[in-house]
Design a protein around this ligand. Structure first.
Ligand code: SF4
Length: 168
């Protein structure tokens, strides 16, 4: 599991994540091959996963739009938190494709991350995440799962990954 940057109590009091304006939103979490296997091993119905290796959103029962199929909108909690997918563990950090570069970025739509940008706390966590991801094993994982490398907007760049450096 990736260590969390945003404190849990902050996440639980926010109404941003796990909700999507459209079924095909770029923000719908993409799944690694190992995420898919883990979910299937835990008897998650395959119908909740889409063919393009994403979670399949369901209509939001409270308002327009969609929510993650694993999101409990009453409690504002993830029902599969202990084995949530890689992208959900990583958030508000993202693997971004921009100008043919693979970047680690942070989503400026996350109020906590935006507020902490340029603080020692942010730098310390970024260093941890870079060290975690910038290893041959993790770079190979990214290369094998191009679906998690997406063109997100409204992000701040942190570092470029050189996927060809991985020791495959
Ligand atoms: S799997 Fe959990 S953390 Fe990820 S989008 Fe769904 S409810 Fe949110």
């Amino acid at each position: 599991m990736i260590r969390q940057f945003v404190p849990q109590e902050v996440c639980l009091s926010c109404r941003g994540c796990c909700r999507f304006s459209a079924v095909d939103s770029v923000w719908v979490p993409c799944l690694l091959e190992e995420d898919i296997q883990e979910l299937l091993d835990r008897d998650i119905p395959p119908a909740l996963l889409s063919l393009n290796k994403k979670i399949r959103p369901v209509p939001n029962p409270q308002q327009e739009g969609f929510i993650c199929a694993f999101f409990d909108i009453e409690t504002n909690k993830c029902k599969i938190y202990d084995f949530r997918p890689f992208e959900c563990q990583l958030y508000p950090f993202l693997i971004n494709l921009r100008n043919n570069k693979v970047l680690l970025t942070v989503d400026l739509n996350c109020p906590y991350a935006k507020d902490k940008l340029n603080t020692p706390e942010f730098k310390q966590y970024s260093d941890y995440l870079i060290a975690y991801l910038n290893t041959p094993r993790q770079l190979r994982m990214l290369k094998d799962n191009p679906q998690v490398i997406q063109a997100y907007e409204e992000v701040s760049e942190i570092i470029e990954f050189k996927l060809d450096n991985e020791d495959a």
